[in-house]
Design a protein around this ligand. Sequence first.
Ligand code: NAP
Length: 252
Amino acid sequence: MMTAFDLSGRTALVTGANTGLGQAIAVGLAEAGADIIAVGRSAPTETAEAVLALGRGFHALAADLSTTAPIGDVVAEAVAQAGAIDILINNAGIIRRADSLDFSEADWDAVIDTNLKSAFFLSQAVARTWVGGGRGGKIINICSMLSFQGGIRVPSYTASKSGLAGLTRLLACEWAAKGINVNGIAPGYFATNNTEALRADETRNRDILARIPAGRWGDPSDLKGAAVFLASDAASYVHGTILTVDGGWMAR
Ligand code: NAP
């Protein structure tokens, strides 16, 4: 049955789709009918298997998004491969932890460049193909609780994710009338590589769990529904929102 959530015939470009949240989002979009172009620096072998098993198309493009250098080629190759990109998921991201008194410029730049700068310029490059082709599309930025809150010992990460939330709103305002929906998803605490250090710290792990109303860490598959919704026609009048998927964390 066709529904407003159906993504058949659409192509989604997902960054960092080899693991964690990006992998779950790619598989979720494929379950809803989308073909996937996975962009990242590690081979997305598992994701390819899962997407192909669903009968959807899968194509991998190798790119290190710590700089903007590969973005032009990535978008050109994706368009050559798929004809057009319909959905962009800016998911690739890193985190560096240290007290702000000791935080290095290298850890500042690495996180801002990957999480914020590359997300902006990839969005720009993809949106140019849409505007040039007289069509719209969907952009979903993977934000964080630290798009709203301060956090501890992650200054460049908080700056990047707060910046990404602001950028989501700005791009939504600039591009809504062009048929482009720009929204964000703010995952709460999910069990992935990104949060390994937190889960390994008994005190932090206990404190985090005690504050999550749902009483558990998120599983990457918990993000699928939000991603499919924001990527679909069902969200055509949704612009500039950051949808929290956090087991109730922000409601406390
Ligand atoms: P993860 O398992 O560490 O995955 C991060 C992804 O980003 C990986 O695919 C990684 O590729 C890719 N990546 C990092 N640097 C890259 C670069 N320079 N070029 C290309 N790809 C790069 O972490 P995750 O939890 O799934 O994180 C995904 C996103 O969700 C991130 O933006 C993160 O900030 C955000 N997030 C996570 C949580 C959480 O609780 N886990 C909460 C809020 C937001 P490699 O495998 O090659 O490193």
